[in-house]
Design a protein around this ligand. Structure first.
Ligand code: PRT
Ligand code: ZN
Length: 298
């Protein structure tokens, strides 16, 4: 592969795949995927995407195979602790927190089991695929428990008699309830992150990393943003500005032939709900329009 092209590792097939590709597409990347589907070639940017298992992403950056990676904070922190346990320092830096892949690593107990806080873990067996994060949690609380490391299907471990409790990722909580487990404690909150190598990159590559970061910021900033346009009496401007959610300075435009009415245009950094529109109307606004924002560069 070309030395001057950036290499970015993305999960091949899983929960992070679609949202990761979505961010890249919104950043303007056009990818063509080869026959093996393992590498995507950036047609309009010097950036190639490697499709791999999420667990391998920190390693690929650690070992300088990739310059960048999109991965869950849970996987990243587990890896950092595992490296530390072997006396190695992590060679990846988190450069952006992303607004997808949200979940939490939680302790759950069988529905009938009693629970009196973290001390209830003492002397018990806890099944997890995140032994280092769990050990850290236990260590910080001075709790001695037995960590049972599994490679998957953690939620059925109590029923199989392999563990008393579990420590697993949760998003909606429906998997836990389906397995008669009750979430009792959060070990860690997680979301997807963009990581990069701490190595100094060639100036051309570095410039593209900077551009990509700026575009990611733009993509994340507009997700909730709306452009709002309305007409209003000049006398109601103060009240209308108060009602507009998350706006800085709106543009006020005079209306032809109506001295006392103006048009107000503003970017709202939060979603605009029907209730807000109704309040604006009550305050004297008319001709209200709310538009999605596609791109933003500030
Ligand atoms: O094959 P590969 O190793 O790449 O994939 P994987 O099976 O290890 O990972 P995958 O695709 O399941 O998850 C990738 C990343 O998505 C995780 O590392 C997290 O950062 C993030 N994520 C967000 C989640 C969840 N939400 C999630 N709910 N990862 C897993 N789950 C699982 C959880 O383990 C449990 O089995 O979903 C189930 C619970 O979901 P709820 O909604 O029922 O609570
Ligand atoms: Zn995995």
């Amino acid at each position: 592969m070309d030395e001057l092209r950036l290499k970015l590792a993305v999960q091949k097939s899983g929960r992070l795949t679609d949202p990761s590709l979505d961010v890249l597409v919104r950043c303007g990347l056009k990818l063509s995927r080869g026959k093996d589907q393992l590498v995507g070639y950036g047609e309009n940017m010097p950036l190639d995407v490697l499709f791999v298992r999420d667990d391998d992403i920190p390693d690929l950056v650690q070992e300088d195979v990739c310059d960048l990676g999109l991965v869950g904070l849970n996987v990243l922190e587990e890896k950092r602790l595992e490296l530390a346990s072997r006396g190695h320092a992590a060679r990846f830096q988190t450069v952006r927190n992303l607004d997808f892949g949200r979940c939490r690593l939680s302790i759950a107990v069988p529905q009938g089991a009693s629970w009196e806080g973290a001390a209830s873990l003492s002397g018990r067996r806890i099944a997890t695929t995140y032994p280092f994060l769990l050990e850290r949690y236990l260590g910080e609380r001075n709790i001695k428990a037995q960590v049972v490391t599994l490679s998957g299907a953690v939620e059925i471990a109590p029923r199989l008699g392999r563990a008393d409790f579990v420590c697993d990722l949760v998003s909606t909580g429906s998997t836990l309830s389906a397995n008669h487990l009750r979430e009792v404690e959060t070990v860690m909150e997680s979301h997807a992150v963009l990581i990069r190598t701490p190595l100094k990159l060639a100036p051309e590559k570095d410039a593209w990393v900077e551009r990509l970061l700026m575009r990611i910021d733009g993509v994340q900033a507009v997700r909730e943003s709306k452009y709002i346009m309305l007409h209003a009496p000049r006398s109601a401007l103060a009240e209308i500005r108060r009602l507009l959610p998350g706006t800085e300075s709106p543009t006020i435009i005079p209306l032809d032939g109506a001295a006392d009415r103006v048009a107000v245009h503003a970017v709202c950094r939060e979603n605009v709900f029907w209730e807000t529109l109704e309040s604006l109307k009550k305050a004297g606004a008319s001709a209200l329009l709310v538009l999605p924002v596609e791109k933003m560069l500030t």
